[in-house]
Write a protein that binds this ligand. Sequence first.
Ligand SMILES: Nc1ncnc2c1ncn2[C@@H]1O[C@H](COP(=O)(O)OP(=O)(O)OP(=O)(O)O)[C@@H](O)[C@H]1O
Length: 345
Amino acid sequence: MCADADPSGGRYRRRVPETETPNEALIRFDGVGMTYADGTVAVDHLDLDVAAHELLTLVGPSGSGKSTLLRMVNRLVEPTRGRVLLEGEDVARVDAARLRRGIGYVIQDVGLFPHRTVAQNVATVPGLLGWDRRRTRERVAELLTLVRLDPAVHGPRYPHELSGGQRQRVGVARALATHPKVMLMDEPFGAVDPEGRRSLQTEFRRIHDELGTTVVMVTHDIDEAVLLGDRVAVLSQGGRLEQLAPPAVVLSRPANPFVERFIGDARAVKLLRVARLARADVEPGRADRPVVVRVGEPLEAAFSALAASPEGVVGVVDDGGAAVGTLGPAGLHAALRRAVRTDEG
Ligand SMILES: Nc1ncnc2c1ncn2[C@@H]1O[C@H](COP(=O)(O)OP(=O)(O)OP(=O)(O)O)[C@@H](O)[C@H]1O
């Protein structure tokens, strides 16, 4: 399949190094189930593959088993049936401490050590692994810069001297310290106010695109799930997988009434936000129009620009600002159709 036929708009595939098989499963939930000691069936029976470099969001109402599933990967929960394979290896056979050192884990309130500075917090796992001071210091500075904190200013501070959003950034930096292949995130931005949350989400997406770390993220917020995920897994009670698909497909073709209800209102608006303009949608030529949109921008921007254009045509430029061509209503329609196309259907 060529990149333009990819329902994620090429976002995911572009990040996969060419030497790797794009759809190789890094994490496999193989017939997993979890019944807690009091008889609660959190997850009944679930099969699910997470591809290398993918950002998979697990979304569903409270009690649908999202955290239980996530915690099976780093063995904070041992499934009562089935197995979880990480790079083909049953995690139950891997020493738990070693397993966890290789997996980043970010939770809602971060769990930073209050009496250690930001820099010391980020250096926690490198310290456990015996990295020398210089290597650790360089890595800490690199990571704080990556999450847009200033190592000189924020590094020496204590967690209580930061805002909630900044603490969450430190949590992300700490989880990335040892270049983990996998990041598990449980409502990572849940405690942050809505405005800070949106900028953290955008930045986390950028970091993910840059690093290509495989991420499984739990959220109960469908907007967050479709904004961030390469694919979205919608769960209901008992860890039942109601739909697993790229965001544009979930939004345009919910698998059943449960998913439709869970998405709620404004599906079309959400779809315009997650689907992105690709070169294939553009009429090649000069972008000599007063209103201009960029390849890769959400279709929402193209839609607004078209609505504002008296002629119903806007210019399109690439990332570097070079002219690519023009976009009219037919191109926008084609872009939407491409976004919602799916191999399964
Ligand atoms: N240690 C436990 N003992 C007994 N039941 C538990 C335990 N942990 C979770 N559960 C139950 O398992 C079910 C799934 O819980 P889980 O935390 O995985 O759901 P969730 O989808 O992450 O929910 P939330 O969005 O509220 O965090 C719930 O009914 C919960 O009460």
